[in-house]
Design a protein around this ligand. Structure first.
Ligand code: RIB
Ligand code: CA
Length: 318
């Protein structure tokens, strides 16, 4: 039997990040070795609290949780999620559906401040950021040789052929820290971009979440309620989609099984100025380079992914 894939998630733990976490915990080929937290959907402290709480709910309080960046590179003030993001993920980042009891229970384990870069430097680790790329940009500053040793990083973010979701040009994770994303994409690191081009093709419905509620477990009920909140918002903001997009779970899935997506090899950079700030584009200066650093996912086997998603998340919630 082949060895398990060691996964290190980097989450700004909101609703679809929570779904990615459950996906990995329900995947028999993967072993989750840690979760690094970031600001983004929530503050970094809330992301860490949410991650600890979810790991406890999913029966894995042993997995280490690390506190990462609390703000974008170069930001002066502390980060607060904008009102639009609070509407999508709730004030607590998990759809505001926690019972009094559970939300008041402080998680037993505490988030660690150090140690995740060492885990990242373990050459076997598959790193999957599903929030801003600030933590990875900081790690590259600390460890400039990282691009030579780190296996391909699969990240959720960006939009190559479709419009953005926070501005007409920019996707939320990249827009949160364009400088960090640009530094990562031009560092020589091998990456796989799971952007809106593919995540807007994988949609979860209320019929799907009803299956989790029917499991009769606390985790099943919580995940169903939380995700229904997310679907409510999608119905208001994107009624044509017929459910919610599974952004972060698709990135986790493509890290475990890259054959779920078909990619365009490209060298990317991020626009840093003006109204296009945060847009992911092909880097004109590296357009003719034979070697391409990034695999940009443009096609996804949606039926296969959705089937695997439901099976794996159900296993984690049972
Ligand atoms: O654009 C979608 C991304 O932004 C997801 O990672 C979601 O969790 C938010 O961070
Ligand atoms: Ca996210």
């Amino acid at each position: 039997m082949s060895e398990k894939i060691k996964g290190l998630l980097d989450l700004d733990t909101g609703i679809d990040d929570a779904l990615a976490l459950a996906y990995v915990l329900g995947s028999p080929e993967a072993e989750l070795v840690g979760v690094v937290c970031s600001y983004g959907n929530v503050t970094v402290d809330t992301a860490a609290r949410n991650t600890l709480l979810l790991l406890e709910l999913l029966g894995r309080p042993d997995i280490p949780v690390y506190l990462g960046a609390d703000r974008p590179l170069g930001a002066r003030g502390p980060f607060e999620p904008p009102a639009g993001v609070v509407r999508i993920h709730g004030r607590d980042g998990l759809g505001d559906v926690l019972t009094e009891n559970r939300s008041r229970n402080a998680p037993r384990a505490a988030a660690r401040r150090d140690g995740w870069v060492e885990t990242l430097c373990d050459t076997d680790v598959s790193y999957v950021p599903t929030g801003p790329l600030t933590n990875l940009a900081e790690a590259l500053k600390m460890t400039p040789d990282l691009p030579k040793s780190l296996p391909r990083v699969t990240f959720m973010g960006g939009a190559l052929c479709v419009p953005g979701n926070v501005t007409p040009c920019a996707e939320a994770n990249i827009r949160n820290d364009p400088e960090a994303a640009d530094a990562v994409l031009r560092s020589g690191l091998k990456t796989r971009m799971i952007g809106l081009d593919v995540t807007h093709q994988v949609i979860l419905t209320r019929e799907d979440t009803a299956r989790w509620r029917a499991l009769g477990t606390a985790a099943g009920r919580f995940f169903a309620d939380m995700t229904d909140h997310y679907i409510d918002i999608y119905e208001k903001n994107n009624p044509h989609m017929g459910g919610c997009a599974l952004h972060d779970p698709l990135a986790a899935a493509a890290a475990i099984d890259p054959s779920l997506v078909t990619c365009l090899p490209a060298n990317l950079r991020v626009e840093l100025d003006g109204p296009v700030r945060g847009r992911t584009v092909c880097d004109p200066e590296r357009l003719r380079d034979a070697e391409k650093d990034c695999e940009v996912a443009l096609i996804v086997d949606a039926p296969r992914f959705l089937g695997e998603f439901l099976a794996r998340v159900e296993r984690a919630l049972a």
